[in-house]
Design a protein around this ligand. Structure first.
Ligand code: SF4
Length: 320
């Protein structure tokens, strides 16, 4: 690794490729062999390397679940928190430290069940962060209970005769929220598309919500194996403003559909296609949506000196 000089003067430093992928890798990932989370981890480390994200300026916040072990495997700051609480922690980090790169790693149970209230408001607050929903449609860490995204009929420890409720569609739900600004979907077994989606999400100025359909070969093999093997199971949403793939990568998909990501009404229609085929790509993007972290960055119009004085006077109330 090459040491950089601090940029405290007017001398422009040449652009230096300072970090390699290995600089973001921490301990060996302990997910099961064949778990889709491994591919996602690799893609995120690659993004960090491509964007040369300073590890000391990058934070991964997670809740609870298989996916939420993610911060342990990154050599950056991390917060492995409480079940369903990744969003409020990440929002707090971003609100007070808008200079940090914030990522939220969550799962279908963590986000769409116990954390659903926080999910809704995080989308509305639209602070700049990348949210990666690892959706394997099951509670894996606790050994196979029905999750909010489990398909009807999923046999699990909570529903030994098969689940009976229709699942939540996280894309549809997110597209229905006020101030939503970026919604995309990809799958872990198409690495070029996964990588391009994560990059596009990182470049978005507000909160980017990415649902990653993630294989759990231990508990959901029968659900994902046919989809992985069937070339008709996926439709790629294609547009110059969307997830742009190299021509060779695009040719590998049998179904490609044009979709303008500025059209939220069409995006909601496309989200419903999930019943027949899984659409992947950028459903919707609005770079102009209001951002609460920008509001916070102005510190509500209060100067640093005024804030220090306010904190001191508050502390004085408790002086003994
Ligand atoms: Fe991955 Fe499933 Fe194993 Fe969890 S239980 S680590 S989701 S394969």
């Amino acid at each position: 690794m090459i040491a950089l000089q601090p940029d405290f003067c007017d001398i422009k430093m040449p652009e230096v490729h300072q970090y390699g992928v290995e600089d973001y890798a921490s301990s060996k990932a302990r997910w099961c062999s064949g778990c889709g989370a491994h591919t996602i981890l690799h893609s995120v480390q690659k993004l960090c390397e491509e964007e040369q994200l300073a590890p000391e300026k990058t934070v991964f916040v997670s809740g609870i679940g298989c996916s939420s072990r993610f911060p342990h495997y990154m050599k950056t700051y991390g917060f492995h928190g409480l079940h369903g609480r990744a969003f409020p922690v990440a929002s707090g980090v971003k609100f007070r430290r808008p200079d940090l790169n914030v990522f939220v790693i969550t799962g279908d149970g963590d986000c769409c069940s116990i954390g659903a209230g926080h999910w809704v408001h995080a989308i509305r607050y639209n602070m700049k962060m990348v949210v990666l929903l690892f959706d394997n449609s099951i509670y894996g860490l606790t050994k196979k209970q029905t999750s909010p995204t489990s398909p009807i009929g999923t046999v699990s420890n909570t529903h030994p005769r098969g689940s009976i409720l229709p699942p939540i569609n996280p894309i549809q739900a997110t597209l229905g929220l006020p101030n939503v600004s970026f919604v995309a979907q990809t799958v872990d077994w198409k690495p070029a598309h996964l990588q391009a989606t994560i990059k596009k999400a990182y470049e978005h100025p507000g909160l980017s919500f990415v649902r990653i359909v993630q294989r759990c070969p231990v508990f959901m093999r029968d659900t994902y194996e046919p989809t992985v093997k069937d070339p008709d199971a996926i439709t790629v949403l294609h547009h110059d403003e969307g997830i742009v793939l190299e021509e060779d990568a695009l040719k590998k998909f049998r179904h490609v559909e044009s979709h303008d990501p500025s059209d939220i009404v069409k995006a909601r229609e496309v989200a419903e296609l999930v019943k027949e085929t899984t659409p992947i790509g950028l459903f919707y993007q609005n770079k102009e949506a209001s951002r609460y972290d920008e509001y916070g960055a102005h510190n509500l119009g209060i100067s640093v000196e005024d804030r220090i004085e306010a904190i001191n006077s508050l502390m004085d109330r408790y002086a003994v």
